[in-house]
Design a protein around this ligand. Sequence first.
Ligand code: KG4
Length: 342
Amino acid sequence: MADYILGIESSCDDTSAAVIRDGYLLSNVIASQQVHKDFGGVVPELASRAHEQNIVPVVSTALERAGIKPSDLTAIAFTRGPGLLGSLLVGTSFAKALGIALNIPIVMVNHLQGHILAGFVRQEGKENRQPQFPYLCLLVSGGNSQIVKVNSPLDFEILGQTIDDAVGEAFDKCSKMMGLGYPGGPVIDRLAKEGNPDRFEFSKPQIPGLDYSFSGVKTSLLYFVRDEMAKDPSFLENNKEDICASFQKTLIDILMSKLIKAARMTGIKDIAIGGGVAANSALRARIEAEGRKRGWNTFLPELKFTTDNAAMIALAGWFRYQAGERTPFDVAPVSRMADYLM
Ligand code: KG4
């Protein structure tokens, strides 16, 4: 009998539900919250309320699009954390209630593992190339920057991680500082396409091992813009494309230098990326270019699987379900769980 897994994701500002059948995606519905736009960032209380409004229609639509009834479900996978506690509470409570009502198991998923495994979501009629274990995943999002050695769908080893800001945070904070809007990654990515990445230099950190740091480059941009604006108040407006391209190149140089080092140290040649920043067009192009040069097999998730989505949660949960994992119904969400299950 086929396994039908419902995935539920509500860790931040996207309410999402997806159905997979034996690893193949049947539906993936995402309601992105618009209420935060005027605030320059996600407002936790507004996010929880929007999840409450969205969760029932989103899950119903996911089941409908998958062409199944609730009673066809085998198990429910849900994001337990990390994320905003109030937001996680909505998805977790919904998963528990539906699991009890249908008398089927629930399986908790670490959101970060969902991002790492996103490339394993299979789709009918697509090529569905997948990395071989162990492979390296560069996990880059608004909350994390890590190099993870993925030994199996259940076994993750963090080889390096940021000691301060995440790379997505650097994109977002610098965009905000330059008045370009939120989230900053997509705006900087777009403007950078029109700019010269070699025009300006920003400082790069000297951190030993495989760890990252992004707070220095952020400060370097801040001081640079402040000093230039003191000389010419229209500097930012007249040079924003070159600033974005140069800043983005610096961030990518930092990410790539440690990824190349990790690949060399481990001898691993299957290299994947995951998380929101994995949508960045220059980072994707760079990983492919380095891959060609170094004989890597590179795995870039489709754009729709880079940002928060329930397909990756359903998939990660399915691996755990198959391994016999069942989550007790008294489970509570946790906002910080970077080390949990890693
Ligand atoms: O994984 P994600 O959706 O949320 C979590 O942090 O869990 O990642 C969001 C981050 C934001 O910092 C956003 O600016 C960044 O991903 N992002 C991008 C791009 N699209 C989204 N960063 C760079 N280039 C992009 N195209």
